[in-house]
Design a protein around this ligand. Structure first.
Ligand SMILES: Nc1ncnc2c1ncn2[C@@H]1O[C@H](COP(=O)(O)OP(=O)(O)OP(=O)(O)O)[C@@H](O)[C@H]1O
Length: 275
């Protein structure tokens, strides 16, 4: 059975200028232990998808089934109960959004365990810190007293401490420098190998490519491809995916030159930013 099953999901936002259709009939499934990457340009609906899965925006149509429960119509109370169980955890781009600035690192990590009613909290906090390779001396500090990379490790540790079955990562490495990015991606690979299901959202195909088993491509609110990662990268079908593959420095094939990218941009009616 799928751990996460999204079917025909529609999300609209109400704006002064009218309604915006942010997700159109999006369908996606994720099995236990699987890692799925969602890629798409800015405004394609990636964060909207994450927010819908976490119950932070209400879909106008469609189903979201997490671990057998249809959560799209959950009441706030049912959402609180689902969060308390800790089946799904999340990491955002900015760790300061996932961490309370007034809680020490120890308390940030202990809080989900307290909500969960766990025993041996200090022991679990020390173990998780070692797992994300952070020094124990950081436990007494506040998030503002850590570097960006250290903070993101704490956010990952906090997401993992309740041993969730699914972790949702929304641009987890976008705000990090390249050394920290590599280290967090390495950590995500270890999680994947340990059997945690990951939904890894990013605008950067290069970051997702090394971690994801499958890649789904979001383009203007629609999932236009959803296949094995290698197949999406080696045989991109949609023009937007072709553009992404040819623009990713480490994935770029010799054949896809500047001219090909500019042609694809014209076809997609995208801004002609530098190739
Ligand atoms: N609360 C909101 N109210 C109105 N429109 C919104 C709201 N949140 C997002 N949008 C719009 O919905 C569309 C999808 O936004 P979303 O944040 O999901 O995109 P994204 O792919 O995550 O982009 P980015 O990579 O820039 O974060 C965009 O056009 C955005 O402007």
């Amino acid at each position: 059975m799928s751990l996460l099953e999204i079917s025909d999901l529609d999300v609209h936002y109400r704006r002064r200028t009218g309604r915006l259709h942010a997700l159109r009939s999006a369908s996606l499934s994720l099995s236990p232990g699987e890692t799925v990457g969602i890629i798409g340009e800015t405004g394609s609906g990636k964060s909207t998808l994450a927010r819908a899965i976490l119950g932070l925006v209400r879909p106008s149509a469609g189903k979201i089934v997490i671990d057998g429960a249809d959560v799209a119509a959950f009441t706030p109370r049912q959402w609180r109960e689902l969060r308390r169980r800790g089946t799904v955890q999340y990491v955002f781009q900015d760790p300061l959004r996932s961490l309370d600035p007034d809680l020490t690192i120890f308390d940030s990590l202990a809080e989900p365990l307290r909500i969960h009613g766990s025993a041996d909290i200090p022991d679990k906090v020390h173990k998780i810190l070692a797992r994300v390779r952070l020094e124990q001396v950081l436990l007494d500090r506040l998030p503002g007293e850590l570097s960006g990379g250290q903070r993101q490790r704490v956010a990952v540790a906090r997401a993992l401490i309740t041993e969730p079955r699914l972790v949702l990562l929304d641009e987890p490495v976008s705000a990090l420098d390249s050394a920290n990015r590599v280290q967090i991606l390495e950590l995500l690979k270890q999680l994947r190998d340990a059997g945690t299901a990951l939904l890894f959202i990013s605008h950067d195909l290069g970051s997702v490519a090394g971690v994801a088993d499958r890649i789904a491509v979001l383009y203007r609110g629609e999932i236009v491809e959803d296949r094995a990662a290698a197949s999406v990268i080696n045989e991109p079908a949609h023009p937007y995916t072709k553009l992404l593959v040819s623009s990713a420095p480490t994935l770029r094939s010799a054949a896809a030159g500047r001219a090909a990218r500019s042609e694809l941009r014209n076809l997609l009616d995208l801004e002609g930013a530098s190739a």
